[in-house]
Design a protein around this ligand. Structure first.
Ligand code: HEC
Length: 189
């Protein structure tokens, strides 16, 4: 009897910590996965249009201070062209080492070469430009701009597809011609 009682007590002494340990192990097992996901999403900032490669990091570090890096997506250029753009940015106040700028020139030349695809900034394009690129009527383009003003700019392709009466298929077909984000650098404070 006494022994029985004791063993039950002992059992709970052992069982409770065991349960706690198992529970906390379970918690711990989940944490690294979550941490991994966080690290991954921090590594891949929200600019999937920029393919991975040497120089991407430098672009995201140095070319995002005054305007969205999306400004880069609108202009495909050869190496000379990109070097000229970088030189212009340095005159405007971009800072970095020579190595950074060489990496950026290499990266941009490789990933954003001269292209025949005409691109537009959807948030600053005129009705005429939008009509031309999407191959829609001027009236449809005007409606798109009215919606653009209402929602204070398209942040993504999805935003644009929400516009009333829009032909989603045409937007999808031309998505490589559409650059989101602001063309104009934000007003300096
Ligand atoms: C110190 C602020 C600043 C930094 C940093 C900066 N830019 Fe700019 N960028 C500007 C301004 C201002 C304009 C608008 C110039 C104009 O309208 O003439 C601009 C415009 C552009 C344009 C549009 C085309 C053109 O030539 O006007 C591109 C492309 C561009 N920047 C690329 C870059 C790249 C690549 C980097 C990183 C090396 C960079 N920018 C860093 C200020 C900056």
């Amino acid at each position: 009897m006494v022994f029985w009682l004791k063993s039950r007590q002992i059992a709970s002494w052992i069982l409770v910590p065991l349960l706690v340990a198992a529970w906390s192990l379970g918690m711990r097992a989940r944490t690294p996965v979550e941490a991994g996901q966080n690290a991954a999403s921090q590594k891949q900032p929200d600019h999937p249009e920029f393919p991975p490669g040497d120089g991407r990091e430098a672009v995201m570090r140095l070319c995002v201070k005054c305007h969205s890096p999306n400004i880069i997506l609108a202009s495909g250029q050869d190496r000379k062209g990109w070097e000229n753009t970088i030189t212009k940015m340095v005159h405007l106040g971009a800072t970095g080492t020579d190595e950074d700028f060489t990496d950026i020139a290499d990266y941009l030349t490789a990933n954003f070469p001269v292209s025949s695809v005409k691109k537009i900034f959807v948030n600053s394009a005129t009705d005429k430009q939008i009509a031309e690129v999407l191959e829609i009527s001027i009236d449809d383009a005007k409606a798109l701009i009215a919606y653009r003003e209402k929602i204070k700019g398209f942040k993504s392709l999805e935003d644009m597809k929400q516009a009333p009466g829009v032909d989603v298929k045409k937007i999808d077909a031309k998505k490589d011609c559409l650059v989101f984000g602001n063309a104009a650098p934000p007003p300096s404070t």
